[in-house]
Design a protein around this ligand. Sequence first.
Ligand code: LIP
Length: 261
Amino acid sequence: MSGQDSMQLRYLAACAIAQEAGNLIRRRFLARDEVLKLTFKGPQDYLTETDSEVEKLIAKRLAEAFPGDGFFGEEGGGAYGTNTWIVDPIDGTADFARGVAHFCVSIGFMSQGLAQVGVVYDPMAGELFAAQRGGGATLNGKPIRVSGIDDPAKSVVELGWSSRLPFEPYHELSARIHGLGAGVKRCGSAALGMVAVAAGRQDAYVELHLNAWDGAAAVLIVQEAGGWTNDFLTPECLTRGNPILACTPALREVLVQAMGI
Ligand code: LIP
């Protein structure tokens, strides 16, 4: 089997597994106990039983299909190898935990340090965002492209936040981006924020620190939709995370300057 054929198989498998996992997430979300029971891994860093349940399902399906591939998941960790799946079972866990329907499952595949397949599935909206390197990006099978916005004062920028960094750098960056005249928002899922850029629904996703599993799939989808991203998925990112800028190309310079990256 050629390398391209094996990537195509991985692409198709990732799309199918993301939808199976997403449908499990949807069932758990709709059946959740109205009595609020919150568990945290750290400050504002939620953990739900469904995170682990979904990650185990994805890991099982991928091991069955591609037994020689490595796996790294947000909840259970793992190991990076030549061919590795990087998975966030629920990106937007805070909203899932609080009953807000804004979350997704993210499945990325890297080979020799380069993202080759990216799939992000929003089970509440029924939206499957997918890309294979060199094959373009799609939403439910239809091609998507980033916006052509070239004026920051006409742009919409999502600025991610987490307690992983002190508040001040986020506050200062927020002030700089507001100063450009952009419409700024924060929603809680980096993957959904980035695929919204890929689909032209907003013009940039910015966050000063993001973990590899949050962005591994979505960065490829943005690139294949004609967008620009910083060199996010570096070897260091796999263990420490990185800043992320994913945007329509015309906003690259002004946002790189605002971020100081
Ligand atoms: C989330 C990211 C988001 C970040 C949150 C959290 P999770 O991922 O998508 O951008 O700001 O702190 O890391 O935890 O929902 O998988």
